[in-house]
Design a protein around this ligand. Structure first.
Ligand SMILES: *[C@@H]1O[C@H](CO)[C@@H](O)[C@H](O)[C@H]1NC(C)=O
Ligand SMILES: *[C@@H]1O[C@H](CO)[C@@H](O)[C@H](O)[C@H]1NC(C)=O
Ligand SMILES: *[C@@H]1O[C@H](CO)[C@@H](O)[C@H](O)[C@H]1NC(C)=O
Length: 352
């Protein structure tokens, strides 16, 4: 009977021992585990510095409360989906001077609070349009010094808070104003040192930038690389009148493709031709002028004919009225007679 009560007594120290072991393991884990071997963790500022460590991938076991993560000057060459899942509080992320050439579209998923993303000095060729959808709080995005030759028309949902957008030193030839319109708060745009092709397709950008500067925005300049007449010139200094809207805008092309799937090939074949055609030709305005002149001439002729008809009918009406009045010896004829007799009297009296 006594035995039945006793087992509790030896069980207690064992349980206690296990608990102590567990808690010390947790304690050790908390202190040691959560700073990656090659990084330095600053608990007061919640920042982690892993720069210049020869890293090829994102280190594991980052402290979950990290706010700033410095990963610049490494050789990181890929970011898998949810790469920063373990640090959801991140506010600033520096991935500059790495070897990134491709970013999975879900790479930054989960970074609800990220405000600064630095991707400068990598080897990015293109970006997926979904890439930054998960960064609603982003304020600064630095994509400078990459190999970007094209940007999607949308990189995020409207980026309410984005104030700085940097894409200088890439291979961009054009930039759709729709992309800039999705950044209503942007104040600093760095666009220098690209391959800007200042043809009609850049007119939208030119107009947008003029308005942007007028509203106090700051840019570093869009220096044209082609076509030849504008090489080396700043897009903003090219006079408007030398710029014409594209004769065959891409939206037309798209609608053509959609509405006539059979003729999709033709549309695709025609697009490069129309692109070269649009370089510097003031055609649309001239045809508009011609149309206006033709309209004026036609209206003039029609008015002339109508006026002539009115005149003819008036003369005819008057003559007819006069003739009928004479034939009937009406008052008009009497007046006529009166005036003629008076005239005769005057003539008769004058020599006397
Ligand atoms: C880029 O990182 C490498 C180390 O990976 C470093 O040697 C080099 O100086 C860095 N370049 C710049 C411009 O900071
Ligand atoms: C990104 O990093 C580079 C190099 O460290 C720095 O010059 C640049 O100002 C940073 N960009 C932003 C937006 O902070
Ligand atoms: C923009 O920033 C403000 C202030 O920090 C914040 O309240 C707001 O939620 C942010 N906008 C978005 C879309 O996250």
């Amino acid at each position: 009977m006594g035995y039945r009560l006793r087992p509790e007594a030896p069980g207690d120290p064992v349980m206690r021992g296990k608990l102590i072991l567990l808690s010390s393991v947790i304690f050790v884990l908390q202190v040691v585990c959560c700073c990656p071997e090659k990084c330095r963790c600053f608990s007061s500022s919640h920042s982690v510095d892993c720069s210049q460590r020869g890293l090829v991938e994102i280190p594991s076991n980052l402290p979950p409360q990290t706010l700033m993560l410095h990963l610049q000057d490494n050789q990181i060459n890929r970011l898998p989906a949810f790469a920063f899942r373990s640090v959801p509080q991140l506010i600033a992320l520096n991935l500059g001077n790495n070897s990134l050439s491709f970013l999975a579209s879900a790479a930054f998923h989960g970074l609800q609070h990220l405000q600064v993303l630095n991707l400068t000095q990598n080897s990015l060729h293109s970006l997926e349009s979904e890439l930054f959808h998960s960064l609603p709080q982003l304020r600064e995005l630095d994509l400078s010094t990459n190999n970007l030759s094209h940007l999607p028309t949308s990189l995020g949902k409207p980026w309410e808070n984005l104030t700085t957008f940097a894409v200088q030193q890439n291979h961009l030839q054009q930039l759709d104003r729709v992309l800039l319109e999705s950044m209503p708060s942007v104040r600093l745009l760095l666009l220098k040192d690209n391959l800007w092709k200042c043809n009609c397709h850049l007119l939208g950008l030119k107009l947008w930038l003029e308005n942007f500067i007028y509203k106090g925005g700051v840019i570093d300049g869009v220096i044209c690389m082609s076509p030849d007449p504008w090489k080396g010139k700043d897009l903003l200094t090219i006079p408007h009148e030398l710029y014409q809207p594209c004769s065959f805008p891409s939206s037309d092309l798209d609608s053509l493709r959609v509405s006539q799937p059979g003729s999709a090939h033709q549309a695709v074949l025609r697009s490069p031709e129309s692109r070269s055609e649009c370089e510097l030709k003031p055609k649309p305005r001239l045809t508009n002028l011609r149309r206006a002149v033709a309209t004026v001439v036609i209206i003039g002729i029609v008015c002339g004919i109508v006026c002539l008809l009115i005149l003819v009918s008036t003369i005819y009406g008057c003559t007819y009225a006069a003739l009928t009045a004479q034939n009937q010896g009406g008052p008009l004829a009497q007046i006529h007679e009166l005036s003629t007799t008076e005239g005769k009297e005057l003539l008769d009296n004058s020599p006397a």
